[in-house]
Design a protein around this ligand. Structure first.
Ligand code: ZN
Length: 285
């Protein structure tokens, strides 16, 4: 069964966890490591002949367009991760509209194609920011992968379906939503999808989770970031919990990805959607 491999392309200083420590105005002066980290990922995926969806932060594309070209040269799919990595529920609708529009234009210009896939910074579409869908549709987005139906300090708290579903956007069709992989136990969802969970949980647990998802007829959507393979990134002093969550097991990420790429079938979100029968619609507005 085909699963989706997705990468959120951003630098170590863009992460929401450090947003109160590093100001946006400081970004241009910080050491960029995203290009070399993306190169590593492209080689890794090539080894297994796997295509993936790269949600590129348009700020990165603007400062380093070669990253977008390299991803395209290897035949992968480009989506947008927005421009300035601001959490949706911390923005007004106008601010989100402007950020998204800018990202679609920059990535469209650099890639030479239409941008129709989106992932919110830190999965920040929640029950209070469902208005984001009408803005996404207006900007030409048809596929979204921003729902993470789990409990977390930055995201989640949403009781959406855990399989792919359609979000109706008043009068202008639907957006296909591809939630990040979760395993349900009792009436709770547990994340096994990647990022910090990929680094924290033992491989057997992650593999068991993906197998359980596939056995229930669903595709697993996996994600990670280029900085999660980078042991040499500059250290941010942000308090013990945030530091643990950001740096924990960074030296294990690549090894674990090798194992998943060997054992499961992966492709782009578009490929996975093409092989998926989507029956659910949510929410009923
Ligand atoms: Zn991000």
């Amino acid at each position: 069964m085909l699963n989706a491999m997705t990468i959120d392309v951003e630098d170590w200083f863009h992460v929401s966890r450090f947003r109160k420590k590093i100001q946006v105005s400081e970004w241009p002066a910080l050491e960029s490591r995203v290009e070399q980290n993306v190169s590593r990922i492209l080689k890794l995926l090539q080894e297994y002949d796997v295509k993936a969806t790269f949600f590129v932060l348009a700020w990165v594309a603007e400062h380093c367009p070669g990253v977008v070209h390299a991803i395209q040269d290897y035949g992968h799919e480009i989506g947008t991760h927005g421009y300035g990595h601001q959490l949706i529920y911390e923005q007004t609708q106008e601010e989100f509209d402007e950020d998204l529009q800018k990202s679609v234009e920059i990535l469209g210009d650099i890639s030479g194609g239409k941008i129709s896939l989106y992932r919110a910074p830190s999965f920040s579409i929640n029950l209070k920011s469902l208005w984001a869908f009408k803005i996404l549709k207006k900007s030409g987005i048809d596929i979204d992968s921003s729902f993470f139906p789990v409990k977390h300090d930055l995201y989640g708290g949403i009781q959406s379906p855990s399989e792919f579903f359609r979000v109706p956007v008043n009068g202008s069709g639907t957006i296909v939503e591809c939630p990040l992989a979760t395993v349900s136990m009792g009436n709770k969802n547990f994340p096994i999808a990647g990022g910090g969970y990929l680094r924290m949980f033992p491989l057997w647990m992650i593999e068991k989770g993906i197998r359980a998802i596939n056995q229930s007829g669903r595709a697993a959507v996996i994600y990670f970031h280029p900085w999660e393979l980078d042991e040499l990134q500059p250290r941010v002093h942000a308090g013990a919990v945030d530091q643990f969550l950001h740096y924990n097991n960074i030296d294990q990420t690549e090894k674990k990805l090798h194992s998943l790429l060997q054992k499961f079938e992966f492709s782009t979100l578009s490929d996975v959607i093409a092989s998926t029968k989507i029956t659910k619609t949510w929410p009923r507005w």
